[in-house]
Design a binder for this molecule. Structure first.
Ligand SMILES: *Cc1c(COP(=O)(O)O)cnc(C)c1O
Length: 396
């Protein structure tokens, strides 16, 4: 199954076209455009010879399913690696990817600005299995070489950084890793492969919380791991041996989200830039943390390596009492207060990285608020933020 079966030989396609055609085979399903939701554990074989010879396309629900397979294939085209496995959440994609490449006695270099629950995987669980983690400054660049030990097996990146949006010098880190045979993994949820393709930059394992932009509708948790050969073999084995499966309904929703990813992301990008620029001019705002803004410290790296930016960024407010920040957020009508992001709706949360970062100090000079800009009209969103900031001022 490689896209439309009615066009077997086709030229290389633009990514927007691949998002529409990849991983679908309508003729296989009586012409229905979308791969149906196939439920099932048992798969029947026509004979003992077929059963024992594994001649069928599928053998058991846990080992492969047409709905999940279609999603894997579409994502493989998008990521450009050797293959993709689907996991039940973004966090499980992180943990399974790490378990695929690490063993007892290994050392892991983890970026200090990683998604916070990723740290618990390292600090609690990898530690239990005799794997040591060192956190590194996201701005380390080629200096990563000084942190590499003889037993360093993997370097994990996330760029821009979770909540605080520092950009990493990805080519410098990959170069240091490759010359020593160290595996690189990246959580690429923010950009998606549409705006940054990790494998094109030499990253071995590309991870996404499909919960965010792939799904795009805040209605599922799902994760994706893409890897290049030969690492993909380890990922596939670990994923299979640990018995990781995804419900076909969730795979269906993720594939449905994928078809519109390019248009949604373009709109998230444009709207987030409009709102970020407006916020940058507000007297209540100390700084906007958004690498696509020209005066952001990470802008040069973002511009060099990324093709676009998405809908998630943060602001640092000028010093204000906690109650005033709460008055701002409590009075927003269009921005929901909630975790996760990547859906059609706008969201806001207060954040403070100071309690858990260990290789860097978090002292931005005021309270942090992370915003996700959804698909609403930007005039409406700005009007909402403006009246919310009025409440901040009134409570300061
Ligand atoms: C949300 C998120 C995850 C985890 O995804 P879940 O589906 O919530 O487990 C991992 N990494 C990043 C960067 C995220 O934003």
């Amino acid at each position: 199954m490689s896209g439309h079966s009615k066009a077997p030989a086709r030229p290389a396609l633009a990514v927007e076209t691949e998002l529409v055609v990849a991983g679908r085979d309508p003729q296989r399903f009586d012409g229905f455009v979308n791969t149906p939701i196939v439920r099932g554990s048992t798969v029947l074989s026509p004979s003992v010879a077929d059963l024992e010879g594994h001649t069928g396309r599928y053998s058991y629900g846990r080992r492969g399913n047409p709905t999940v397979e279609g999603l894997e294939q579409a994502l493989t085209v998008l990521e450009g690696g050797a293959g993709v496995v689907i996991t039940p959440s973004g966090l499980s994609a992180v943990s399974i990817a790490l378990l695929s490449v690490l063993k007892a006695g290994d050392h892991l270099l983890m970026v200090d600005t990683a998604y916070q629950p990723t740290r618990r995987v390292c600090n609690e669980h990898l530690k239990r299995f005799g794997i040591e983690t060192t956190y590194y400054d996201p701005l380390v660049g080629a200096g990563i070489a000084e942190l590499i030990r003889p037993n360093t097996r993997a370097i994990f990146l996330e760029s821009p950084g979770s909540q605080s949006f520092e950009m990493q010098d990805i080519p410098a880190i990959v170069a240091a890793a490759r010359s020593r045979g160290i595996v690189t993994l990246m959580d690429n949820t923010w950009a998606t492969p549409l705006y940054f393709r990790p494998h094109d930059f030499g990253i071995d394992v590309s991870i996404q919380a499909g919960t965010k932009y792939i799904s795009g509708h805040s209605d599922i948790n799902i994760g994706t791991i893409s890897a290049t050969a030969p690492i993909f073999q380890h990922v596939k084995l670990t994923h299979g041996d640990l018995g990781i499966t995804v419900a076909p309904e969730d795979a269906f929703l993720a594939a449905r989200g994928l078809r519109t990813l390019a248009v949604r992301l373009a709109r998230h990008q444009q709207s987030a830039l409009t709102v970020a620029q407006w916020l940058a001019g507000r007297p209540e705002v100390l700084r906007v943390l958004h690498p696509a803004l020209p005066d952001d410290p990470g802008h040069a790296l973002w511009k060099r390596d990324f093709k676009g930016s998405s809908g998630l960024f943060s602001i640092i407010l000028k010093p204000a009492p906690k109650a005033a920040v709460a008055a701002f957020l409590d009075n927003l009508a269009l921005f929901g207060l909630g975790y996760s992001w990547g859906g059609f709706e706008s969201l806001a949360i207060p954040f403070d990285c100071s309690s858990y970062r260990s290789a860097t100090a978090w002292a931005p000079g005021g309270p942090g608020v992370r915003l996700h800009i959804g698909l609403e009209d930007t005039g409406d969103l700005i009007a909402d933020l403006e009246q919310g900031l009025g409440h901040l001022r009134a409570a300061s």
